[in-house]
Design a protein around this ligand. Sequence first.
Ligand SMILES: Nc1ncnc2c1ncn2[C@@H]1O[C@H](COP(=O)(O)OP(=O)(O)OP(=O)(O)O)[C@@H](O)[C@H]1O
Ligand SMILES: [Mg+2]
Length: 253
Amino acid sequence: MRKIVITSGKGGVGKTTVVASLGRALSDLGKNVVLVDADVGLNNLDVVMALEHKVVYDIVDVISGRCRVSQALIEDAESGLFILPSSSDNPLMTAQTFRNVIDSLVGFDYVLIDCPAGIENGFHRAVSSAREAIVVTTPAVSAIRDADKVVSLLAGYQMQNVSVIINRVRGDMVSRGEMMSPADIARLLRTEPIGVVPDDELITLYSQVGKVPDYAASDKAFKLIAENIVYGSRKFYEYQKTGLLAKLFRRAR
Ligand SMILES: Nc1ncnc2c1ncn2[C@@H]1O[C@H](COP(=O)(O)OP(=O)(O)OP(=O)(O)O)[C@@H](O)[C@H]1O
Ligand SMILES: [Mg+2]
């Protein structure tokens, strides 16, 4: 079972989006996947997956013995993956009890843990239950700075692997020199890139449905990331291919 925490430091950079979309892509590759919402208090993984109406029990019910972990898991009928919902903060939820719940998720190939923003308690709880970490950042300087802090902090945990996803990349801006390139960002963070995700308005447009259509650029990007994770390949979404005109323009320069 691979236990991967998706973290960032800065809020709003796309952690929950990555957990949901990558989870589906891993599931499409035939893997048994469970997504765990560790964002206590500000939890919204169930909403992003459009499964909030199915929540009966949450992780605190499991920890306090009110239900078994299998009763708290919600299945996404379309993809076949499961989510374990979070709840409001509770003193019973410690790094140790959280880790025990994660370890009890037997039978899954992949556990993706949606980490809260910040580097306090919730971060520690989520990160200490994982063996691998994916740091999400956008090309904004403030996000990169926080990602850098998180990469340093992760050195204090026993991670087998730390990699970075650069989210919300705009090919047109990178080629005009208005946005840092994903390769430069990964170099700056001294962390191996595992994926590049374009800025995709379909993510917002389809947020009510909980899934972007197959033709969405971000969907292709998440498929490549899932393959990189499962097969060890290193294929990245070609963010610079933003249409024929852009190509011709590049060729003409
Ligand atoms: N690649 C993308 N293209 C366009 N919009 C995106 C992309 N990734 C994320 N978003 C949007 O950015 C917003 C924040 O995303 P998300 O909730 O996944 O971030 P988060 O890191 O989980 O935030 P928080 O720290 O609050 O938990 C959402 O409205 C989401 O739809
Ligand atoms: Mg989130």
